[in-house]
Structure formats: structure tokens, C-alpha cells
Design a protein. Sequence first.
Length: 562
Amino acid sequence: MTLNEFKKLIGDVVQDKLGGEVDLQKLDVSRAADPKHGDIATNAAMVYAKDAGRVPRELAEELAAELSERLRGQAEKVAVAGPGFINITLSSGAFAEQVLGAVRTKPQDYAGQTVVAEYSDPNPFKVLHAGHVYTTVVGDAIARLLEAGGAKVHRVNFGGDVGLHVGKTMWAILRELGGENPDNLAGTPTPHAEWLAKNYIIGNAAYEDDEVAKMQITELNKRVYQIHTDDDHDSSFARIYWTCREWSYEAFDAFYARMGTKVEKYYPESETSGPGLKAVKAHIGPVFEKSDGAVVFKGESYGLHTRVFINRQGLPTYEAKDVGLIIKKYEDYHFDRSVIVTANEQQEYMAVVLKAIEQFLPDLAHATTYISHGMLKLVGGEKMSSRKGNIIRATAVLDETAEAIVAAGRKADDAVVLGAIRYAFLKSRIGGDIIYNPAESISLEGNSGPYLQYAHARARSILAKVKGKPAEQLEQLDAAEHTLGRKIAEYPDVLQQAVDELMPHFVCTYLYELAQTFNRFYEVSRVVGDPRQDIRLKLVELYADVLRDGISLLGIVAPDRL
């Protein structure tokens, strides 16, 4: 039984004793911290006694007696301690079943559901920076948690192939090409993505400092929209645009391949602009209103703020494009749930957009979960900005990590590099800012991805030394074996919590604690050649299987050797 199953059972017992509905959110059921006190502990009697006008200790005795009956054969003892705590000691058979089934027991929160996970969201015509590494790792880990919960997950990506940033880049590109001369693209430097990023920075500076350039960029922005309206692929301007957009997508594909993930579908803003514009216009009056030539949603009555959805030029803003995006995602996938992962600087923006959508597409808004994460910052705490150019390239994060591994005298293959980066980004709760330190991320002695990869490889090497098979059952465990078994048995509960909250750091913390528990076990328990070899080999095998399952859930390769 998992903790959730114990909680439901205890809740049923409380409800039968006291009557009425029991709020399981108030009920604490946990693994007992000290094995001397049993395996499962609950404060049920202390939580519900006051409202029932009962003495906690007396209620605990009644609940313990009933639990003993319902857990006959599974519990060796159900005892009351202190003012009313209930401690459950599992039978050896029930305990062994939990340990043996640790990897097989999976959450079912999203069983049979279709989920669209949108994350990363780089913009064509701009550079991929370290922040994209971070949001890609976080989004992919959340997608993996959804899959662990039984969902069919579609990973998608939303990026601006239209908009002012494109106008800025195109303005600088035309200057470099000597006008609308697409044939001159053949002489542009590589990598093309870096060349595009450089031109964006130039165009942005011109937009901010030069009024003439600002007017020209504004007109180019309109021309880019017109390319899509006219489906123009033949004019000189269009040929430059489409070539440069393709260069951006090629860079994205290469980036995701290197990151060990794959985005199923790109949603460019040009595809969502039309549906978003149509939806907003259709709801002017009941949802949106005209204001100074623009169309806005006034969020103040919902405790939010006003945002523009159609600007004075009649063009859709990011807000309207996001309206079109949710419509397109539902048309393509008919999702049960949509999860959007972005940096927390977009938190207020997304709140307004979703509240606006809720007014005319309530089912889609309610099926959408928005998760925000912190920012990756430069050393010293300065936030990265692709407008200013003070950014860390995405490739630099990977390259610098590889260099740190080589400097430590180890082989820097992709599995270890990504293991270091992914774990460093995921071990803290999603939400706060982080500063990435490559030297810390590659440590084989600290709380790192390579440490867990090494722990897995070490366990597999122990198993490889022995010709015999591990025991099929776990019986009469000694103290060290029991402690390791208890930690292994926690995995389904940790995985359930991570899936419930879509927070991968729970898995990271558990895996590090598991590895430390195994180290203590191995210090006092000889495995190969010991009379208890078969049982201990089984524990090593289960430990390695849990490590591999958890590490893989984080998107990290669990090698059999390093």
C-alpha cells in the first residue's frame, strides 16, 4: 500500500467512527521517522477529536483497534503513542511487498488523459540563451512527470516569427545585405543563428535610439504580417524572411537534439495570430472593449490589470496570439489538460490572458495549468537580456560544463554533461532564481547528477561481480537491510507527490537521500561472498532499479559504467 492508500483507509475508518465527510487534506499520514515506532504514522485522532468532542487518546485507541482489523495480515502491530499518535508496523510480508514493488507502483493521476506541455518557447530571429536551457530542462521534466502519471504528452513550442522583434532583425539584415537582396544571404557568416542574434541587437538599439529607424522598423513589422496574409514566398523581402526563419528553426532542432529532448510541434505566432484576432473581435463588448483605437481586456474587476489584445494598427498583440494558441492546441490535440511553463516574469501577463479566455472559453481556461519558474542569471545577479546582448549562449552552458568535467580529469560525454546540468537545474523547487555553477554541478561527492550516475554505475558493478541470482523474496532482514528497504519503499510516495505537484525536486532530494542510505548500508554490510549475499544482492538490484527509474524521470541517462 502507498501512503495515499493508507490515507484513504484511515480516512474511511475515521468517517465510520465519527460520521460525516472527512477532509483528507487535514490528515497527516507519513512514513515513521524512527523504525522503532513502526512504518506508518498518523495524527488522525488528534486532528479530528476536537471537532467530535472526543479525547484524542481514547479516539486513537478506537481507531487503532479498527485499523488492526482492516489490516489483518498486513500489519504486525497498530499501537497508540503519546497524546494520540497511531503507529503501524507492517508485517514482514507486507513490508517486503512494498520494497519489491517500489519501481512497479506508479501514480495514475493522468491515466488515459491527453496533455499538451508547452515550454521553452524560443523566438525565431533571436538567440538561444542559457534561459532556454533552463526552461527546456524544467518543461521536459514536468512533461516526464505527467507521463509518469499515465498521460499521453505532446511537447509543443510557441515562438514569435512575427512581431516587433522580427521587424528589428529584418531592418538590420537589410542593411547588411545592401537592401532586399536575398542572393546576398549566401555570403552571410555561420553559425547563422549567431548572425541573426547580432542583427537583432543592432536593430533593437536603432529602434530605441533613432526615430527614423523606429518608423522604418514599424513598417517592416507590418510587412512581415503581410507576408503571411498574402502567403508570399516569392518577393525578395519574403525570400529573405523565410530563409532566416528556417535558419532559426534549424538552430532550435539542433539545440533540442543536443539537450536530449524533442519538441513535437512548433507553433509560430503567424499561425495563432489569425485565430486569436478573430476570437477577440468576436467578443468585443461582452469580454473586450475598444480603448483609444485599441482593443483591451480590463482585468481590474478580477484583481488584475488591463492589457491590450489588438493594438491601434489593428495588429494582434502577444495576448491575442496566446488566445489563438490555446484554440489551435485544442483543435490539434483535444487535450484534457494543457500545461504552460514560462519564466515567472510572465506570471501577471498569463493571469490576464487566462482570465480573458475564461470569459468565452471557460473549459479550455480551466483545463490549463500555468507553472512559472525563476530566471537564470549572470554571475553577480544581473538578468540576461537578448536586447542588450549581455547573455550566455545556450551552447555555452553545455560547453562550459563539458570543460569543467575535462578539467576534473574525466570524460565529458553528453550523458554526463546533461546529467550535471539537468540535476543542477531541477534539485531546487521550481520558482526561485538560480545561478548555475558548472564546477559544483559535476561533483562526484556532492548533491549532483554525476554523483547519482556514479552511484547507479557502482551498484550495477556490484551485481555484475556475482554469477548467482538475487533472492526472489526479502525475509528476516537485519537492521541495515531493513533501513535500506524502508528507503526504497518510499519511492512510490515521492513519485506521487512529485506528480501531484508537478515538482521534480522531490525526486532529486529522494534520490540523493537514497544514495546516501545505500552508502551507509554498504559500509556495514558485505554483499559479495556474505552468507546473506542473495538477499543483499536483491536489495542492491532494487536500489539500482529505483535509481535508474528516478534518474531517467529527470531526463538523465543512468549508465551501467562511468
